[in-house]
Design a protein around this ligand. Structure first.
Ligand code: C2E
Ligand code: CA
Ligand code: CA
Ligand code: CA
Length: 284
């Protein structure tokens, strides 16, 4: 038994070492990923209660030259640790802006694109890169009227955990300039309630863990109902993410959920695929 224990520790160390090497390698590879055109965005529609597409969420994908497609959960954390998220985040916003213009052609001027923004991108308002982010975001809407913007910033409550006043101030600035803010993954953190009461945000996104349990044995119906009612009482619009069945959609609509997003409607797709032939026509 003693021996087995020692082996376990050895295995554990080997695994740790492997994980660390893997991480170092990925961080190294991330440095060239933008220049080598290895990132692309996919877009997942967000529909209203009548099933009409009103927004898209932009989600990043990394086509690694040797490892293949790497999902964001496997590299965003590293990019945050290494600071590369600033550059990547800028790339995402520039891409999303271009996509937004093309989507307007197909879905009309009202269509919006939401981008996921890391707390680090908001934390230091003095740095050139965050200033650029701010200009990127505000620049889009300089000619349009507030609340008629095209981009939505999705944040998680981690933004508030960093005690940085900067992040909170930037959120206020965004809204002042007509950029909408969505609180992502609502319900998964610890003190979500305090944040939504203290910081005005436009959208509350109910996390998919609650949505997936709606029609399961451990039903989260009353929880979702409560979240929707509470968000509405605070003047927020509710988006449910991870909707996979018609039953989930029906329940959410019954309780007044405003917008729905999930595989039931569509998986995230590349812009070309969404725009269909129109892109081909432009190219040829
Ligand atoms: P998220 O912002 O909560 O995004 C929703 C995730 O749920 C996406 O995973 C999406 O593909 C997935 N999803 C959508 N509908 C369904 C469904 O019906 N069922 C299930 N099971 N999943 C669904 P994805 O694209 O792998 O992204 C994972 C996370 O990576 C995102 O979670 C977000 O936190 C982060 N992320 C993605 N793109 C970016 C980015 O450009 N910048 C930053 N900072 N983070 C990003
Ligand atoms: Ca999101
Ligand atoms: Ca989410
Ligand atoms: Ca998430």
């Amino acid at each position: 038994a003693k021996h087995a224990g020692r082996n376990q520790i050895k295995d554990f160390n080997v695994e740790l070492k492997y994980a660390l090497l893997e991480k170092i390698e990925l961080v190294k590879d991330l440095r060239n990923a933008i220049a080598n055109n290895e990132f692309h965005l996919v877009f997942q529609p967000i529909v209203n209660r009548f099933g009409k597409v009103v927004k898209f969420e932009a989600l990043i994908r990394w086509s690694h030259p040797t490892k293949g497609l790497i999902p964001p959960d496997q590299f965003i954390g590293y990019a945050e640790e290494s600071g590369q998220i600033i550059m990547i985040g800028e790339w995402v916003i520039l891409e999303a802006k271009m996509a937004l213009e093309k989507l307007k052609g197909l879905y009309g001027e009202e269509i919006q694109v939401s981008v996921n923004v890391s707390p680090l991108q908001l934390s230091n308002s003095q740095s050139d890169s965050t200033k650029l982010l701010y200009e990127l975001l505000t620049g889009v809407f300089s000619e349009s009227t507030p609340n008629k913007n095209g981009l939505i910033v999705e944040i998680t409550e981690n933004v508030f955990m960093s005690s940085e006043e900067g992040a909170q101030q930037q959120l206020l600035n965004f809204r002042k300039h007509g950029i909408q803010v969505a609180l992502d993954d609502f319900g998964t953190g610890y003190s979500s309630l305090a944040y939504i009461m203290n910081y005005q945000m436009d959208y509350l996104k109910i996390d998919k863990t609650f949505v997936s349990r709606l029609d399961g044995p451990e039903s989260s119906v009353s929880l979702c109902e409560g979240m929707i009612a509470m968000a509405h009482s605070l003047g927020m619009t509710v988006v449910a993410e991870g909707v996979e069945t018609s039953e989930q959609a029906a329940l959410l609509c019954e309780y007044g959920c405003d917008y729905l997003q999930g595989y039931y409607y569509s998986k995230p797709k590349r812009l070309d695929e969404i725009l269909g032939r129109e892109v081909d026509q432009n190219v040829t």
